[in-house]
Structures are given as C-alpha cells and as structure tokens.
Design a protein around this ligand. Structure first.
Ligand code: FMN
Length: 457
C-alpha cells in the first residue's frame, strides 16, 4: 500500500485521500470526476445515454435535431405543436389550406365555436410527420414526441386522441405528455395496440400534479414510464405562477418527487429539466437519485435547430437582463422569453380558421377575445391588443423567442467570429459536451475552418 502522508504520525494510505476528495467534491469518485456518460437511463429493456433533448415547438426541436440525439444514443424529442403547419412545410401537403378552405366564410366572425380541425386530417399530418422522422432514425437512441396538452384545438379530447394515435401509428418510440396534462390522455390511448409498448412520460412541476396524474393512471393500470420534473428555469411555458415562479427550486422539487415515489414503492425514472447547463449539473442530479436530465436551451443554437439563423444570433447575444417571464401566452401559463421578442406588443388578426390551436372546447382563446373586444370598442379604428399575443401565428413564424433562463450563457459555449457573430454549434457537439464534460467545463467547438460546410449554414 502506497503511503503518501502522515498525520500525527499515523500513515495514511493513498486510498483515504481519494475518498476524502470524493467526499469534499461529490463529482469526484476515486479521484476521477464523474461525467454523464458514466451513467445510463434504463427504460424497459433499453439503455440510453441519460441526456434527453426536450421538445421545442413549433419545430425548433426539428426531426434532424431529435434524430441526432437518437443517433448518439440519447433521446430526442420532436414536438407536435401545430403539426399540420410543420407537415406542410416539410412535405408540401395542404393541411392548413384545407382547413382554411372549410372555414373561410367564418373569417372576421368573433364566434369561432364552429372552427374545427378535421380529425382524420390531423391524424394524417401527425402520422406523416412521425413516420418520416422514424424512417430516418439511426443508432441506439430513441425519438419521442412532445405533446402539449394545453393545445386544446377547439376539441380537447378529439384532437388529443388524433394526435396520440397518429403518433403511435407513425411508429414513435415514446410520447411525453406536457403542459396542461390531460388526465384522460391514457384512457384516450388505451385501445391502441401500442398502448403498452410505446413509452409514455409526463412533465410535472410539483408532487401534487404527479399524484393527481398517477391516481388517474391507476384506473387504466398503466403508469408512466418516466417522469420529467420541470423546474422554474425552463424554456417554453412554465408550470408555476407568473408571480412566484422564482420561489421554486428544481433540486427541491426533484427531491420531493423522489421521496414520494419511494414512499409509494414506485420505481419510475425521474428526469429533471430546466437550467441544466453543463454535464456536471446533470451528474449532480443523477447522483442524487435522478435517472437522466432533460435539456433544451443549449440546442436552440445548433445548426439542426429550426430557429432562423438571425434568431439564433439573438439567443447567443442575450444578456441575463433580457430574459423575462410574462403572461402574454393565451394558454394561461407563464412563458419565458427574450424581451426583444418581436411578438410582444404586436396585434395580428386572429388566424383561427387556418390555425386555432389554442381555442378551448368552446372556441375561445384569450387573445382572440381581447382582439374582438378592442375592435368592438373602436369600430373602424386601429385595433390594439395589450397583454396577450397571438401565439399560434407568432410561434410558427418564429417571432416568439422563448428560451430557458440560461440563454444568456450560450455565448460562453461557442466562438465569436471575426464579423462579430457567433459560431453555430452542431447537435453532436452539444450532446457530446453534455455526455463527456467534467468539472462544469464547456468544450468550445472547433474553429469554423475545421468544420465541413453544411447547406443550412
Ligand atoms: C425554445 C424552447 C421551446 C420549448 N418548447 C416546449 C414545448 O413546446 N413543449 C414543452 O413541453 N416544453 C418546451 N420547452 C421546454 C423544454 O422542453 C425543456 O424541458 C426545458 O427548456 C429544459 O430546460 P433548459 O432549456 O434550461 O435546458 C421549450 C424550451 C425551449 C428552450
């Protein structure tokens, strides 16, 4: 045994120093810093690199981005938000035009209660988008779809069923039920032949929400396969109140969820999300009982991300004081975004006859109501809507710049180019940085001269 020191004449073996190090720094085990790659996420019989790229609608987490995560052995999400729009862009279908054709005569009317999606067409769009993605899948990872249940689409149950069954028909590996969890989702899926084979996960922001969902899941004897616990620093919509989101802490919520599951004797993998910026942040969660981490913001500035190039630069330029949480989303959930978001303060005519994703089961949406109220107040005058934005239109045109709290740190993950812009990253680079980074280090990409050019650049 190698003796390296003596304390009070007592020889101390080198192994003791290793464990003291490890005790002082939980990221060190036997002197070696831990990395995410030292762990695996087990879902059923499959094992994954425990990095999940979260869904980012509308088409920010593109098929290409999700497929890269899967190729590298992790899990990537596509998002089915506004899937007919996404399908039309990619496959030159006419789902949006067909809907508009059916409801054109309603344009200008405040009453949107009759503006429905054709459920067959909706399922077809979903099937097409998912099956084309799955056909391109390579590697040992998985592609899941993020299904935002707060998109009620003027028929919450019918449209949700069409989206869920369309995704399963299309061969998706897993479905993550998010924002506005519908307690009946599992019932809506239960007659599908893939109900017990497709992976099903939920996103919750509290033990309370989890308990409610699990009670309902018990009815169909189908527990979720994984639980994503999303904290207050995440991007997109938040499961907290706009006034007090900052009082919550992801680590605490995850600890509560783990305690609850243990007390119930349930072994469901828990996946924290929101603010996990380095691989070492992920390791800390995993060492404290999580099974993987879900991340998103760092992938917004990859070449595969669907954001337009100039918007990626806005994300890279962002400062901490640019990041706001506000109540402009007509869904009723707070949303985090850059304060430079072009959609803020913009009044657009509601486009529900083509879009209409946020209309509730009675054909109402907080934006379209504000719009028609403003119009009635001043007939013939300029309509100005304050406090809400037309999210359907603004998200599909990338004018709502939602992001995680850490967006202002993106500039530290890449190189500044001679023209002052920032170098875009590849999904592979960011994924591998999460997988292999140690001690909170972030690896910069190779200088642009060393990269193979890509058409999208
Ligand atoms: C640009 C962007 C769009 C997002 N869109 C969605 C979405 O459509 N549905 C959803 O459930 N979560 C959405 N999220 C949340 C992410 O899936 C993820 O859980 C979270 O942002 C992870 O935290 P991080 O961004 O700090 O890594 C979005 C996040 C970002 C950054």
């Amino acid at each position: 045994m190698a003796l390296v020191s003596e304390v009070g004449n007592v020889p101390i073996p080198i192994e003791c120093f290793c464990s003291v190090d490890a005790f002082l720094n939980p990221l060190l085990t036997d002197k070696k810093p831990m990395k995410i790659d030292d762990f695996r996420l087990k879902l059923g019989k499959k094992e994954f690199v425990p990095v999940v790229v979260g869904g980012m609608g509308v088409n920010i987490s593109t098929s290409e981005l999700a497929l890269e995560a899967a190729r590298l052995g992790g899990i990537g999400h596509i998002s089915d938000a506004e899937v007919p729009v996404v399908a039309d862009h990619q496959f030159h279908t006419h789902f949006v035009a067909n809907k508009l054709k059916r409801h054109r005569s309603n344009i200008g009317s405040k009453d949107k209660s009759g503006v429905h999606f054709d459920l067959e067409e909706l399922a077809k769009a979903q099937r097409l988008y998912v099956s084309k993605t799955m056909e391109a899948k390579q590697g040992e990872g998985a592609v899941f779809v993020n299904c935002m249940e707060k998109l009620l689409m003027n028929d919450p149950m019918g449209t949700l069923r069409a989206r869920l069954t369309g995704a399963m028909d299309g061969g998706i590996d897993g479905i993550t039920l998010s924002a506005g969890l519908n307690l009946r989702s599992l019932e809506l899926m239960q007659d599908h032949p893939r109900f017990r084979d497709v992976k099903i996960g939920i996103i919750v922001s509290s033990v309370r929400a989890l308990k409610i969902f699990l009670r309902r899941a018990a009815r169909v004897r189908r527990l979720p396969d994984y639980i994503i616990v999303e904290g207050p620093l995440a991007g997109g919509h938040l499961g907290f109140d706009v006034k007090d989101w900052h009082l919550y802490d992801l680590k605490e919520i995850v600890a509560e969820v783990l305690l609850f599951l243990e007390a119930e004797g349930l072994t469901i993998p828990v996946i924290p999300a929101g603010g996990v910026f380095t691989g070492s942040d992920g390791v800390e969660f995993i060492q404290n009982g999580a099974s993987a981490v879900q991340v998103a913001t760092r992938f917004t500035v990859t070449r595969e991300s669907g954001l337009p190039r100039h918007v990626k630069q806005k994300y890279l330029e962002a400062k901490e004081e640019d990041v706001v949480v506000n109540a402009v989303s007509p869904t009723g959930y707070p949303m985090r975004m850059l304060k430079q978001t072009p959609a803020l303060g913009k009044t657009t005519k509601p486009n529900c006859e083509s879009l209409g994703y946020i209309l509730d089961g009675n054909g109402k949406c907080a934006y379209h109501e504000s719009y028609y109220r403003a119009r009635e107040k001043d007939p013939g005058g300029k309509v100005i809507v304050r406090g809400k934005v037309c999210l359907c239109t603004q998200m599909q045109t990338y004018r709502c710049w939602t992001c995680g709290h850490n967006v202002y740190r993106l500039k530290d993950t890449t190189n500044r180019l001679p023209d002052g812009s920032y170098q875009l990253l590849t999904t592979e680079h960011v994924f591998r940085d999460y997988q292999f980074s140690e001690d909170h280090q972030i690896k910069l990409p190779p200088e642009p001269g060393f990269l193979k050019p890509k058409l999208s650049d």
